[in-house]
Design a protein around this ligand. Sequence first.
Ligand SMILES: *Cc1c(COP(=O)(O)O)cnc(C)c1O
Length: 342
Amino acid sequence: MIDLRSDTVTRPTPAMRQAIAAAEVGDDVYGEDPTVRRLEETVAELLGAEAALFVPSGTMANQIALRAHARPGEEVLIGKDAHCWLHESGALAALAGAQTQQLPGDGRFDGRAVRDGHKPPLSYLSPTTVVAVENTHNMGGGAVWPRPLLDDVLAAARDLGLGTHLDGARLWNAAAATGAAERDLARGFDTISVCLSKGLGAPAGSVVAGRRALVTACHRFRKMYGGGMRQAGILAAAGLHALAHHRARLVDDHAHARLVAERLADVPGLAVDPARVETNIVMVEVAAPRSAQALVDACAAQGVRISAITPRRLRLVTHLDVDRAACMRAAAVLAEVAREAT
Ligand SMILES: *Cc1c(COP(=O)(O)O)cnc(C)c1O
C-alpha cells in the first residue's frame, strides 16, 4: 500500500525507535523530564524564541496559544480555511470562546486585509485581539508565505496592537522550500506552533514557542486542556531525533510532490499546476461529472491511498515513508483511473 493521504502516516524508523528506547525521562508535570527540557530548548533556539513548551498535538499547540492571546468573546483573524478553524473540531469556539473572521485570499493575506478586518473594542463589537498565519498553508496546497508578505501582516498587527500567532505545523517545509532558517520565518511572531509528527516523522508531539509570558500562559492552558504528560521524554526523544535527522531530507519530499504534479498535469479530467506545488502537498481538481471520492476508491483498489478533501478536490502528500518510485507509481495509478473514468 502506498499511502499519500497525509504526512502524518509515517512510522518511526528503527533509529528513532532506538532513541525512544534510550530516552532519559522524568515527570514532566513536575518539570522533571530532561529530554522534554532538551527538546523545548532545541526548538526555542531553532525558532529564535524566548521559551517553548512540548504538547501532544498541533491542535493543542494552536489552541492553547490562541487561548493565551484571546479571551472569550474576542476575535481571531485567520486566513481562508485555516487549520485552527477548519480541522480542530471547533475548539476556538468551544474552548477559547473566541470568534473567528476569515480574511479573503488563498489562505495567505496581506496587511491591508488585517486593517480592513480589524474590529476595535467598541461595546457592540467582538474586538480583534490576534491574527493567525499558517505557513505552509495546508488547504492552500502547502503554499509558502513570502517573507515580505509576513512583514506586511506583522506591521499591520503591530500598528493595531494585535497579537500574532504562526501555525507552523509545516514551518520545516517552508524553511526547506525557501532555504530560509526557521527562525527567520518565525521572526516577529508572538507565538509559534510547530509539529514533529508531520513531515519530520515523529509518532506524536508539537511545540508551542514564543514570548515567555505567553508560553507561561500556555503552560497552564496545556494542563487545563489535558495535555500535561508525565514521562513524555519517550516522545520528546523521537522529536529530537526527527529534528536532527529528518529536516534536511524534506527537500526530497518537495521534489517528489513536484514530480507527481508534473506526471498528472496533462491527464484529461484532472487539473493540477506543477508551478503551484511549492512543498509536499499536491492538490488536484477533478472535472465534473467525476467525483473525487470515486477516484480515491478506484486508487485504493490498486493499493494507492489518497484523500478527497472536497467533492472535487484530491490531496496527495509526500513524506518520509514514500520514495520517488512509490510516488511515481501512485501518480501513474491515479492517471490511469482518471483516464478510465472519462
Ligand atoms: C496538522 C496540522 C495541525 C495540527 O494537527 P494535529 O493533528 O493536531 O497535530 C495544525 N496546523 C496545520 C496547518 C496542520 O496541517
